[in-house]
Design a protein around this ligand. Structure first.
Ligand SMILES: [Zn+2]
Length: 136
């Protein structure tokens, strides 16, 4: 008998709960500094621009462009074996932060740097949604 490897799934906690609550509604949430208006990703406690700790969660546009990407041809995790080759992109959001996520709705061969994209959430586990990006 074999045990199938489980896909890694994000684990929401108190700090990231606003992000995952938004994701479940199909909305990309980002932290923004109330003092200098800088947007942040990933979750942080202190603004990396002005070092103040007055951050708020706001709805982001969910829009951005592909900054860079790679296509994985090796099995780096056994649960992803059937997905090889799969892609991983770094998307620069219109708000500024760069987010690592997979591209969906496009073949690996058609992904391009500079491609305009829109967030699309995928349910990774019951009630836990993670961002992916699709061309727009
Ligand atoms: Zn700031």
């Amino acid at each position: 008998m074999t045990t199938e490897a489980q896909r890694p799934v994000p684990a929401p906690d108190d700090e990231s709960a606003p992000f995952f609550d938004g994701a479940a509604r199909g909305v990309l949430m980002l932290q923004r500094c109330r003092d200098c208006s800088a947007f942040h990703w990933p979750v942080c406690e202190v603004c990396t621009e002005c070092l103040r700790d007055d951050l708020e969660w706001v709805e982001a546009s969910g829009r951005g462009t592909v900054h860079t990407f790679g296509v994985m041809h090796r099995v780096y995790h056994p649960a992803l074996a059937k997905d090889v080759p799969y892609n991983l992109a770094v998307v620069e959001l219109d708000e500024g932060p760069r987010v690592s996520a997979a591209m969906v709705g496009v073949s690996n061969e058609k992904i391009r740097v500079g491609m305009p994209v829109q967030v699309a959430f995928e349910e990774m586990a019951p009630g836990v949604f993670a961002p992916k990006f699709k061309p727009r």
